[in-house]
Design a binder for this molecule. Structure first.
Ligand code: ATP
Ligand code: MG
Length: 439
């Protein structure tokens, strides 16, 4: 079948899409669209304008599997929504359920101060002629979509991942340990990121790694990458996780402070969550911080399996420049060492370059020299203070988890606003795409 090779988005291309526009305090209007994947953001706004002529709608929202509202303000975010919706349709098909319409919630115009901070313009053209007219329907509340997602997670968590069900697509990147692929999981219709690591180890060690990875099934935080399962085939392990369409932070250019603050709060929450489970991350760095077009930020590649870390270390070449001084000196590793790596990572993301002179031939200079400091004039005082505290040479002087969360730099961004990161990721992806030219 064609869709197995091309993925859910293409598979749905010829299908009719029903968008259920929810009207505040009353029913809903069903709109049948015949060219779903080509649908533009402004087309949706136009139809909302017909349904709700009194209101000036500049954006709308949809709900993810956890019931969280995600805002859509651009074509890029539309694509993310449609791709999410089509994957839920796949799930419903796989589970033999009725296909739910795509529910959207129009959002009225915000006061001018808050609106359009990034200068995005909404092009309000005449009504979309290529689409069918909206039809009023009764809107029965339904949560079967959420249920099926939860069921799927359970199926996936039961260790039913295997090589036969996975179609590897693009290579997302190479690391020291292995290669990460974007892949399609046939039974669930989900897009995954699969990390494949070559490991020449005994069956006994393979079993130990698998049991050490078990704890990942229990990790349940929106700031930690979702884990779907792992399996060994011959001398390689495949670790299947949630795919993040914005990739990792190391490939982004200098990140503005107001965006970085929102990323920092997610990273601090993710680390605090891991620490609460007595897990040290041990590899905090920009390439292990992932983002998506929904504005989510999640941590990956934390060291839950000692055996896996040890086995990779045997073939590991190169240096980990994000390591805390005490770790370089071979002293005890603790939460404070993760905090150092957090500090140096955010300093790099803010400056757009690694803070120590490159190439860093000797990690010893991290031990011997004073820590670098962010230039005060360029960054806010709380941000400079935050980084300086995280990068104190003495581990005990660095902030404890509760001090990180309570730090003024972090506190000011604790507003649950995913829009800033979402817009910034969408912009950066669009820029990257336009630089690459047509495929
Ligand atoms: P190292 O091996 O030293 O930790 P690394 O983190 O860059 O380096 P990998 O963990 O192998 O190496 O990841 C390679 C790249 O794959 C990452 O830089 C990231 O861009 C991409 N990647 C990893 N996981 C995901 C994911 N879940 N979704 C999307 N992209 C991912
Ligand atoms: Mg990594």
């Amino acid at each position: 079948m064609l869709w197995l090779a091309l993925g859910p988005f293409h598979a749905m291309e010829n299908q009719v899409l029903v968008i259920r526009i929810k009207i505040p305090n009353s029913g809903a209007v069903d709109w049948t669209v015949h060219s779903g994947p080509q649908l533009l953001f402004r087309d949706v706004l136009d139809v909302i304008g017909q349904v709700l002529p009194e209101a000036t709608t500049t954006a709308f929202e949809y709900e993810d599997e956890d019931g969280d509202r995600i805002t859509v303000r651009s074509d890029e975010e539309m694509k993310a929504m449609l791709s999410y919706y089509y994957s839920t349709v796949m799930e419903q098909q796989v589970n033999g359920q009725l296909i739910e319409p795509l529910q959207i919630f129009p959002r009225a115009c915000k006061p001018p101060g808050e609106r359009n901070i990034h200068g995005l313009k909404v092009n309000t053209r005449a009504g979309p002629s290529q689409h069918d007219s909206p039809v009023v329907s009764d809107s029965r509340p339904s949560n079967s979509l959420k249920k099926s997602s939860a069921e799927l997670r359970k199926i996936l968590a039961n260790g039913q991942m295997n090589e036969q069900d996975i179609r590897y697509r693009d290579t997302l990147g190479h690391g020291n340990g292995g290669t990460v692929y974007k892949a399609y999981h046939v039974p669930s219709g989900k897009i995954l990121a699969v990390k494949v690591i070559l490991l020449d180890i005994t069956l006994e060690l393979q079993k130990q790694i698998m049991s050490e990875l078990e704890i990942l099934y229990k990790c349940d935080s929106s700031y930690i990458i979702g884990f779907y399962g792992a399996f060994f085939v011959e001398n390689r392990i495949s670790i299947c996780t949630e795919f993040m369409d914005g990739g990792s932070l190391d490939v982004y250019r200098k990140i503005p402070e107001h965006v970085l603050g929102r990323i920092a709060i997610a990273v601090v929450k993710g680390l605090t969550y891991l620490w609460s489970l007595k897990i040290l991350h041990r590899d905090v760095k920009p390439s292990n911080m992932l983002v998506n077009t929904r504005g989510q930020v999640k941590l990956c590649d934390f060291g839950v399996s000692t055996q896996l870390v040890n086995s990779i270390a045997k073939t590991y070449v190169g240096t980990n420049a994000y390591m805390a001084p005490e770790r370089i000196s071979g002293e005890q590793y603790g939460i404070h060492s993760d905090v150092w790596s957090l500090g140096i990572s955010f300093m790099e993301l803010a400056l757009g370059r690694f803070p120590y002179p490159q190439p860093l031939q000797l990690l010893q200079c991290i031990v011997d020299e004073d820590s670098p400091v962010l230039p005060v004039g360029e960054f806010s005082e709380p941000f400079v203070h935050f980084i300086t505290q995280c990068m104190r040479k003495q581990p005990k002087e660095r902030p404890a988890p509760e001090d990180l969360m309570g730090h003024p730099f972090i506190m000011q961004f604790n507003d649950g606003n995913a829009t800033v990161v979402s817009m910034w990721v969408c912009r950066a992806l669009e820029e990257r795409r336009s630089q690459q030219g047509p495929p």
